[in-house]
Each structure stands twice: as structure tokens, then as C-alpha cells.
Design a protein around this ligand. Structure first.
Ligand code: G1P
Length: 291
């Protein structure tokens, strides 16, 4: 039977961003800029580059700036047009999505990533879907992570998670997979556990925020079972389906910045600034003064 294409993507953007207070008191963490684009734009661009047609944002109170950002800013566009500011108008290009291609669902209560994904169940329906965690900036513009995963999905189907090797002492920050047989960048998964202590970790292969999942995961999530940290964990729902459905880890080999973390966010700004012809020299010169 032909595989159903991955057309929909879920973006859990309801988190409170407590690691970035006070900046995130009044601004969603997804709106913090990396150079001149908010974090969310990178995840949306990655999804679109992978052929995703419908974006589903799982939001919360205080996240309205995200909706405004992906809307048309009428007054701004009129003003820039009147003044002939073509470059600034072009900068807005990626922010204006086709009407109807983006949907917003309120999560209502912060019950965990699994609960956030479950909130998308009616929109996802009976199709495979992607999940992108925007905190994780996976930067490989020539071969975006989700696009590579969609290609891999075309070959093996089932469920696929992006993984990277983490430091042994950091297993308790991630979902960690139990690896089976490996074939190139794909590794069969025989288990998965959320944030194990280093001594209990089945491997160092950590989930880094990109998933292609089958709709059956929604059924498992509907039980609202609490896991690590008292939250409904996406990891636990996947672990329950391993053995019932195929699951693969896809080893991502590009650059990754954990922008939910202060240092990761600053690193992303520096690394991406150094790729911008208009500012790279100035930034490089400043870094040289730091010794
Ligand atoms: C979430 C997932 C975890 C994954 C991580 C990637 O954890 O639960 O499995 O490894 O994202 O960033 P969080 O960082 O939201 O605690």
C-alpha cells in the first residue's frame, strides 16, 4: 500500500519559557530573535522546505504575538509600499502564510509535550504528521533535517525521530532511544525512555525535537498517562507503540542549537550572524577583541 504523505506539522508553542525570564514575561520564547528572525520562523521554514502544507500551532495564553506574526501587518505593508521600501517588504515574505494553512489550538493547561501533541488530534485526523519543537534550531539549510526525515520516511514508513549523540552526563535532559539494527543514518528502535539518569540510559542517542509519527500515537496519548516530571510525555506514547509499529532514529548530522537554553541561544546568534554577509565581518572583528 502506498504511504500517505506527511502533509501536516504540529508545533508545540505553549511553553512558558521559564528558562528565559524575564525576557519571556511578555514575549513568547518562540519570538526571541536569532539574528533578525524569531525562532519560530526557522522551524516553520524547515517544515515548509520538507513539503508540509498545514501547520498546527499548539498555543497557550500570552502567545498571541505568534498569531500576529504570521498574519498580514496591513499598516506596516501599506507604509513600506508607499515609501518604496522593497528590501523591507521582502523581509516579510516568509511570515505571510496562505490563509487556512495555519491553525491555532489552545492547550489550556501545561500538562506536557504529549498532551500538547494530543491537542492536535482532530486536525491531524488519520494521517502521518510531523512534530517540530521550535526551541531546537537544527541548522543545515542545504539539507534541512525534516526534509531528510521525510525522504527517509518515503523508504521505511512508520515513525521516525531525529536523534543525536549526547554527552553521557546529559541523558537526563532528553528522550533516549534503545538502538537496534543500524542501516546508514537510520537505526531501528527497540525502546525509548524519557530523561533517564546516565546510569540507566540505554544509549546516548537523544531525541532532538523532530518527529514523524503515525496517527495511532494520538490514541495512546488520549489515556493522559503521566510520566517523567508528572507530565504526559510524548516519549512514553512512542515507547508504547514500539513493537506494534516500526520506529527508527534518524541520525541528524547538521548543526544543532538548543535555543531553549541561554548559552545555546547566544551560540545560535553568533553562528548564524557569521553566515550573514551584511554583518559577519563586524561580528568577527568584535569576537577577535575578546581574546
Ligand atoms: C522534550 C522531549 C524530549 C526531547 C527534548 C528535545 O523535552 O520530551 O524527549 O529529547 O524535548 O529538546 P523538553 O526539552 O521539553 O524537556
Amino acid at each position: 500500500m502506498a504511504l500517505k504523505p506527511v502533509r501536516k506539522a504540529v508545533f508545540p508553542v505553549g511553553g512558558m519559557g521559564t528558562r528565559f525570564l524575564p525576557a519571556t514575561k511578555a514575549v513568547p520564547k518562540e519570538m526571541l530573535p536569532v539574528v533578525d528572525k524569531p525562532l519560530i520562523q526557522y522551524a516553520v521554514d524547515e517544515a515548509l522546505a520538507a513539503g508540509i502544507e498545514q501547520l498546527i500551532f499548539i498555543t497557550a495564553r500570552g502567545k498571541n504575538p505568534l498569531e500576529d506574526y504570521f498574519d498580514i501587518a496591513g499598516e506596516l505593508v501599506a507604509e513600506l509600499t508607499a515609501r518604496g521600501k522593497q528590501a523591507q517588504l521582502a523581509a516579510l515574505d516568509g511570515t505571510q502564510l496562505t490563509p487556512g494553512n495555519i491553525a491555532y489550538v489552545r492547550q489550556q493547561a501545561p500538562l506536557g509535550l504529549g498532551h500538547a501533541v494530543w491537542c492536535a488530534r482532530h486536525i491531524v485526523g488519520d494521517e502521518p504528521f510531523a512534530v517540530l519543537l521550535p526551541d531546537e534550531l537544527l541548522w543545515s539549510p542545504e539539507a534541512p533535517c525534516l526534509r531528510q526525515m521525510v525522504e527517509a520516511y518515503g523508504k521505511v514508513g512508520g515513525n521516525i525521530l531525529a536523534v543525536m549523540e549526547c554527552l553521557p552526563e546529559h541523558t537526563d535532559r532528553y528522550g533516549i532511544i534503545t538502538p537496534g539494527k543500524a542501516d546508514g543514518l537510520l537505526t531501528e528502535m527497540t525502546g525509548m525512555v524519557e530523561k533517564p539518569r546516565p546510569a540507566d540510559a540505554p544509549s546516548r542517542l537523544a531525541a532532538v525535537g523532530r518527529y514523524i509519527l503515525q496517527p495511532e500515537v494520538m490514541g495512546v496519548l488520549s489515556a493522559h498517562k503521566r510520566g517523567a516530571g508528572g507530565e504526559v510525555q510524548l516519549t512514553d506514547s512512542m515507547a508504547e507503540l514500539i513493537g506494534v509499529q516500526p520506529f527508527h532514529g534518524f541520525t541528524y548530522t547538521g548543526r544543532r542549537f538548543d535555543c531553549g537554553d541561554k548559552a545555546g541561544h547566544i551560540n545560535a546568534n553568533i553562528a548564524l550572524a557569521l553566515e550573514r554577509p551584511d554583518i559577519a565581518a563586524e561580528v568577527r572583528a568584535f569576537i577577535a577583541t575578546l581574546g
